[in-house]
Design a protein around this ligand. Structure first.
Ligand code: PXP
Length: 239
């Protein structure tokens, strides 16, 4: 079965726009859990623009499904991950000025910086995932780092059309096959919607998709429970 991880960052974005206590990302996480989400993803950014430290503490406490903490490879985030020990930690590149995580982590170019982090989080029982472009050299880096999981960046696939989209889809499928052949669990995410999820969900090696922005936006119109159920259905229909 293909797992669905629901990213609730943008519930916190709306909350923080007013500096009040609502809408509460924990409430969203519990609704997503009730609607069939297999995990909750939250990105604690250096600038705390959406998810806060307190959100991570409350999510860690209240969820029955796994929490996937998205984090930059910094000492501050390593300490937070080690304190809360989420089920999983997805290491992402982070630039202050970006609107969202714009590209994959250069696992290949940062081997020496990432190696101790992957080792330390893994030793604490946290499943470490590297958010990378679907490129053979990044998979090779994940193998040499001993990362148990990679998450393939689907952002380019989602932005392209026609033949270019097909080519990017093939790059993702090839990367998934290469990683799985080397014993790495493969996830994917970024930019996925009802309209573009099916070809990605059909890639047999994928174990999990992480989806946020579209689901939170859709929740405005149909409610989060219904949005998560529809995405679950679209993913299952594609398998
Ligand atoms: N996976 C990772 C590693 C991400 O950084 C994000 C965006 O925060 C997502 C998945 C979800 O992307 P989207 O919000 O576009 O669905």
């Amino acid at each position: 079965m293909l797992r669905l991880g629901v990213n609730i960052d943008h519930v916190a974005t709306v909350r923080n726009a007013r500096g009040v206590g609502y809408p509460d990302p924990l409430r969203a996480a519990l609704i997503a859990q009730g609607a069939g989400a297999d995990g909750i993803t939250a990105h604690l950014r250096e600038d705390r623009r959406h998810i806060s430290d307190d959100d991570i503490a409350r999510l860690s406490e209240a969820l029955n499904i796994p929490l996937n903490l998205e984090m930059a490879a910094t000492d501050e985030m390593r300490a937070i991950a080690l304190r809360h020990r989420p089920h999983a930690a997805c290491i992402v590149p982070e630039r202050r000025e970006e609107l969202t995580t714009e590209g994959g982590l250069d696992a290949s170019g940062q081997h020496d910086r990432l190696a101790p982090l992957v080792r330390e989080l893994g030793a604490a029982g946290i499943r470490v995932s590297l958010f990378i472009e679907p490129a053979p050299r990044q998979i090779a880096a994940a193998i040499s780092l001993g990362a148990p999981v990679v998450e393939l960046h689907t952002g380019h696939y989602c932005e392209l059309d026609g033949a270019a989209r097909e080519a990017e889809l093939k790059r993702i499928a090839d990367a998934a096959a290469l990683a799985a052949k080397n014993g790495i669990e493969v996830h994917a995410g970024h930019g996925l919607t009802y309209d573009n999820v099916a070809p990605i969900a059909a890639i047999p090696q994928l174990a999990e998709l992480n989806i946020g922005h579209f689901l939170i936006g859709e929740a405005i119109f149909v409610g989060l429970d219904e949005a998560v159920r529809r995405m679950r259905h679209a993913m299952d229909a594609a398998r």
